[in-house]
Design a binder for this molecule. Structure first.
Ligand SMILES: Nc1nc2c(ncn2[C@@H]2O[C@H](COP(=O)(O)OP(=O)(O)OP(=O)(O)O)[C@@H](O)[C@H]2O)c(=O)[nH]1
Ligand SMILES: [Mg+2]
Length: 462
């Protein structure tokens, strides 16, 4: 069974493991109040519990006081899950928590699976799937942008956009379906031009939302920035300068950095993960250097942005050219390349202008140019982020569903929709395909195994 039994009453700690002044244990299901009344006293309050109301109750085990608790009761359907729910706030002792769980289980509850409370909320129609998924994003959000994207989605930002796109497609489909039905012979001809235009507008709306994933995915996972370049160009110095740490060892010896190393920073509310790499110069080194270079090339592949560091006090070297080739071969499609010319405090070697064009000139020694580089790094992402509270796609699952919907509409556009040769059946088929793809985002047509997988990534108690 992929989806757990929704008729059982479940229990789990809802607060983080490892203590805290207060912890919360949640009970949800048809028997929640009956089970709670077995160990929360006085039990008489459970006879006519007020909804969304907190009671000060004694938790008792074998007639002995276990803890003084504050218990909030929610009567179905006015609860997070849509079931009857009790949330027990107790002292944060792992011992008390484990005893409360034991008491609930011995009185008929079962331990909740990860995400099962939110799964119930979804199954009971309190949230659609896009909103439910965003609950987890909200819990794990660790900076302003990730939080904003998640809270917008929880509040229905994506769902509303999908709803509008859907309404447009349903209206179009309706026009076809009445004409497919023989009993409506009196209807006027469908104007092919208008139909094509409306379908194209719907496709453009879907494309527009899908495109937001280009930047939106960074909101959740952060931007991966790989610092690459020839040995001794100042890559490790740049990592240290940007992150204002002394994370990486810096030395005048070429080949100082062998391994890749990471440091995370929040820039303008966005998470940015910097990776310093070994200098790329295939001519040099033994097995350690070669392994370092292999790791550097790998970091190029996973980068969203590559900072190519070059020494402005030297003429372009063969190593620089090799780095250029490695980037051209190894960088992921769609990644951003920024040339960084370092050591501007030293006399410049006079590189030709076309070489330095569009690059950013810095000095890791003095710090000149570093704040401009930081701004440049998050410039585009910040634009997407500050484009109002517009919903942004941050989930690969939603992105691929939108692409599916769009591809159905592209197939529709390729049909020969002309007066006299209007392929009603085929057009309707593509519209239904697009509608199904959109419904998948909201969880209406999502298969059980996909649902189970989504909620398995949640924490227990949510
Ligand atoms: N004058 C000056 N020296 C710099 C600057 N940035 C780095 N250096 C010096 O350049 C040398 C190399 O710096 P690193 O940061 O270790 O260079 P790297 O690219 O990490 O080198 P590898 O790890 O060996 O590939 C060190 O002696 C730094 O002090 C700068 O802006 N100006
Ligand atoms: Mg280094």
């Amino acid at each position: 069974m992929l989806i757990p039994d929704l008729t059982q009453t479940i229990v789990a700690p809802a607060s983080a493991q490892g203590g805290g002044a207060i912890a919360v244990v949640r009970l949800s299901g048809p028997e929640a109040f009956k089970i709670a009344s077995a160990f929360l006293k006085p039990s008489s309050i459970f006879k006519t519990p007020k909804t969304r109301f907190s009671y000060f109750l004694r938790a008792e085990e074998n007639g002995r006081l276990l803890d003084n608790t504050v218990v909030t009761l929610y009567r179905a359907p006015k609860s997070y899950t849509g079931d009857d729910m009790a949330e027990i706030s107790c002292h944060g002792s792992p011992f008390i928590i484990s005893r409360l769980l034991r008491l609930a289980i011995s009185n008929g509850a079962r331990e909740a699976r990860p995400g099962e409370f939110t799964l119930r909320a979804f199954m009971n129609g309190k949230l659609d799937l896009a909103q439910a998924e965003a609950v987890n994003d909200l819990i794990i959000s660790e900076n302003e942008s990730a939080h904003r994207a998640a809270i917008t989605q929880v509040a229905g930002g994506i769902s509303n956009r999908i709803g509008k796109l859907r309404a447009g497609l349903i209206a179009l489909l309706g026009e076809l379906e009445v004409r497919l039905d023989d009993s409506y012979e009196e209807l006027p001809e469908l104007d092919p031009g208008t139909f094509r235009r409306r379908a194209a507008a719907a496709a453009a709306g879907i494309k527009n939302l899908a495109d937001s994933f280009g930047r939106g995915r960074y909101l959740k996972h952060g931007i991966r920035v790989t610092i690459a370049g020839a040995p001794n160009s100042g890559k490790s110095s740049l990592l240290n300068r940007i992150t204002e740490t002394r994370r990486a060892i810096v030395s005048p010896r070429a080949g100082t950095t062998r391994d890749t190393l990471e440091e995370t920073l929040t820039l303008s509310g966005l998470k940015v993960i910097f990776t310093d790499t070994a200098g790329i110069d295939p001519r040099t080194g033994g097995p350690i250097e070669r392994e370092g270079m292999r790791r550097a090339l790998k970091a190029l592949k996973t980068a969203d942005v590559i900072l190519w560091v070059q020494d402005l006090s030297k003429k372009s070297s063969p190593a620089d050219r090799r780095v250029g080739k490695a980037i051209a071969r190894g960088a992921a499609p769609g990644s951003d390349l920024i040339k960084v010319f370092n050591k501007s405090d030293l006399p410049a070697a006079g590189r030709p202008e076309d070489e330095t064009d569009g690059g950013i000139i810095v000095s890791c020694k003095t710090g000149a140019g570093i704040s401009g580089l930081k701004r440049r790094l998050v410039r585009d992402e910040k634009k997407a982020f500050s484009a109002g509270s517009a919903a942004v796609i941050t989930s690969a699952r939603h992105y691929s569903a939108l692409l599916n919907a769009h591809s159905e509409l592209s197939s529709l556009e390729r049909l020969r929709i002309r007066a006299g040769t209007f392929p009603f059946e085929l057009a309707a088929e593509h519209l239904r395909g697009a509608l199904n793809a959109l419904a998948d985002i909201l969880g209406e047509t999502t298969p059980e195994e996909v649902l189970a997988n989504i909620f398995a990534n949640f924490c227990v108690g949510k």
